[in-house]
Design a protein around this ligand. Structure first.
Ligand code: SF4
Length: 298
């Protein structure tokens, strides 16, 4: 399936980024080890090669090659588990998380993502794994109904919306993809999903100096009740190797504290390896180079 696989280890020594070359497409996946692999293993995998969404902070969003097949999605995870000799059974991995949040938008390749999840959960029997769909919220009711349906059958399936801004006009600038849900529609979709599954919805918010302003944060708190929504606050990664990440962790912590005080379940995501390898998930400089060259040649 793969013509070539490269693995880059971050200087922190607990993050590995894998690049899978299919010849006509490229994918990346990231492996995180927290403590030991037995304690907690996290794999973020790609669902598309490049991405048609075009988020302002993401290098891969400037290029789109093609959708990945379900076998190409599962293949990334299976390869990593075998490479690091990680056993995926209940008894050998206390916390095993598979996140569809590297390159690509899951809702734009839903049938293959669904096929991949079913293959892992029912076919390979990875019932202990937690699966997380991370989406900008494509405005497609039919696909969202399928996500709800699958979530009923897989109790370990989670849902995260990448919102990143607290007001629609600002969000439209950062995520220029037109056919996406408004923040209000994301709220409604999250409430519906929560009602059907009983599980809480994650919201991912990239904190910058501009969007940590109070009226954006108040708008978020007004819209998303803490009883249904958890917040993940992330460092914004740069899409260009010549820039370094602006790690303003103080702003991040202040925002996180303010939400936590108001009753939200919160966490901070500061992707390891972002400075020496490039970006967080979906933003490897090596991958960006490949995509750029592919575009020039085609
Ligand atoms: S951040 Fe995700 S959704 Fe946005 S362009 Fe990058 S890969 Fe696509």
């Amino acid at each position: 399936m793969f013509k070539n696989v490269n693995c880059i280890e971050s200087s922190e020594g607990n993050v590995w980024k894998y690049i899978f070359d299919f010849g006509d497409a490229i994918a990346e996946a990231v492996l995180y080890r927290y403590g030991t692999f037995e304690e907690r293993t996290v794999i973020c995998c790609s669902v598309q090669s490049g991405c048609p969404v075009g988020c302002g902070f993401c290098g891969t969003g400037k290029h789109f090659v093609r959708n990945l097949t379900k076998d190409e999605i599962v293949g990334q995870i299976a390869y990593i588990l075998a490479d690091k000799n990680i056993r995926s059974s209940n008894s050998s991995c206390e916390k095993f998380q598979i996140m569809f949040m590297s390159m690509g938008e899951p809702m734009l390749n839903w049938d293959q993502v669904e096929g991949a999840i079913c293959l892992m959960y029912f076919g390979l029997g990875w019932k202990n794994a937690q699966y997380l769909i991370s989406t900008i919220g494509v405005n497609d009711d039919e696909v969202f109904a399928k996500i709800i349906d699958l979530s009923k059958h897989i109790p370990t399936l989670g849902l995260q919306f990448s919102i990143h801004r607290g007001l629609d006009p600002a969000r439209n600038q950062l995520i220029p993809f037109k056919n996406k849900m408004s923040l209000r529609k994301i709220r409604d979709a999250g409430l519906t999903w929560n009602k059907v599954t009983g599980r809480k919805v994650y919201l991912n918010y990239c904190v910058t100096i501009e969007n940590s302003i109070n009226h954006e944060l108040s708008a978020l708190k007004d819209l998303f009740p803490p009883i249904v929504f958890n917040f993940t606050f992330s460092i914004v990664c740069n899409s260009n190797e010549s820039e370094k990440t602006n790690d303003d962790i103080t702003i991040l912590r202040n925002v996180e504290r303010s939400f936590s005080k108001d009753g939200y379940n919160t966490r901070i995501f500061n992707p390891a390896g972002k400075d020496d390898i490039g970006g967080g998930c979906g933003q490897l400089w090596y991958v960006q180079d490949w995509l750029r060259k592919h575009k020039e040649q085609s």
